[in-house]
Ligand binder design. Sequence first.
Ligand code: VGL
Ligand code: ZN
Length: 204
Amino acid sequence: MNALLVVDIQNDFCPGGALAVPEGDEIVPVVNKLIAHFDVIIQTQDWHPSGHHSFASSHSGKQPYDTIELKYGTQVLWPNHCVQGTKGAEFHPNLNSDKSQVIIRKGFRKEIDSYSTFFENDQETTTGLTGYLKQRGITNLYTVGLATDFCVKWSILDGIDEGFTMHIVKDAVRGIDLNGSLDSAWNEIESKGATIITSEDITG
Ligand code: VGL
Ligand code: ZN
């Protein structure tokens, strides 16, 4: 069974937001069109407590986009974003969430960031998504959303490791691009075995 995985289309990742992805809002009409072609829609929502350890402001002397060593490895430090209950954490107002059957929130543990919608950045703590998908008989995931080089990429790599067939809809994602991270993300996505398609392959 197929499902559409809609990753982090939230105000803070769109122009004007705290961690704006260039053209992040341009995917919204494309995603809305895709939603009509799926029976199962799964959304994710970056959902941090204030003072989250992925925020530069939580570490004295650090600036956004610096890196730091945390218990589980190197972590990029971000501007404060997607703080629980704020406008920035809400979904883009034009995104149609009516059909979404489950919303996976992630990054809510203060000490661990979570890019992937399957595992947090320690690569151990699960979000429960694998169990949800397997119990519903979902085998194929079509991935859209923000950002290509972080949450979308890690979701695809982990999804393949978890045994799912992963697709990425290339006109329905946008990237941050930190020091070449966008090019390398596309290479990793492709070499891991995800299928790269366009929205027209689905909508016709
Ligand atoms: C994301 C950086 C920090 C994403 C989330 O959704 O790609 N990126 N938190
Ligand atoms: Zn985040």
